[in-house]
Ligand binder design. Sequence first.
Ligand SMILES: NC(=O)c1ccc[n+]([C@@H]2O[C@H](COP(=O)([O-])OP(=O)(O)OC[C@H]3O[C@@H](n4cnc5c(N)ncnc54)[C@H](OP(=O)(O)O)[C@@H]3O)[C@@H](O)[C@H]2O)c1
Length: 231
Amino acid sequence: MNIGIIGAGNIGATLTRRLSALGHTVFIANSRGPASLGDLAAETGATAVTVREAARRGDVVIVTIPESKIPGLPKELFDGVGADAVVVDTGNYYPRQRDGKIAAIENGLPESRWVETQLGRPVLKAFNTINWRNLLSDGKPAGTPGRIALPVAGDDAAAKAKLIQLIDELGFDGVDAGGLDESWRQQPATPVYGANLDADGARRALAAASPLRRPEWFATPDGPATTNRPA
Ligand SMILES: NC(=O)c1ccc[n+]([C@@H]2O[C@H](COP(=O)([O-])OP(=O)(O)OC[C@H]3O[C@@H](n4cnc5c(N)ncnc54)[C@H](OP(=O)(O)O)[C@@H]3O)[C@@H](O)[C@H]2O)c1
């Protein structure tokens, strides 16, 4: 499969490594341009491209950049990209640590609905619940007890099925987490977030989530600061 990845940080580089090793053709992009991705390309066999090329070359396009950087992506990023391309958002909103205030999210819009409006393209929310180290190292064959589950939320059943298949190849159980309006159930601070649960546990955790954003997940006038010392 051709896979475009926009963002070459913790998650983008990890997915480049894992998906290239599985035999997929990966097109990887960051904000600084292809020349800055020579080492990752040489290591993995992925092709370093521009952001626009990554969007156009992927059957699956994974957008994996900080939430606050999403509005800086080119406005016509997905112009000319076929409707069958699956677009995946891995993002999490960290207002005090990294992103600053995004009013629409703080007013209750699920994070990935906001990303979708910014991109002008339907998205699936996935990979946001797992730390990159676990994504790199903890994939297991299907049927292994305790295999980590990754929730996948979105409104397109065919797109979800395609992504869940890819997640299975990576060594994780893709769990259908409902439509994108339900995707708050897997946002930061929910029971499934970062918990590395198996499929049954993930389903229980998704069902037990509260739609109320905790106070510490709202921006402050002082932020954003850093991960270790939030505003
Ligand atoms: N870290 C994790 O374990 C983890 C787990 C699950 C989900 N997430 C979420 O996934 C997203 C990415 O996280 P990360 O930890 O991988 O981030 P990261 O390590 O900080 O990397 C960010 C990447 O985004 C690129 N970028 C920034 N602005 C861009 C733009 N306008 N166009 C193209 N590329 C751009 C950066 O490129 P340059 O270096 O060239 O600027 C960099 O490659 C975040 O929303 C995060 O909350 C992270």
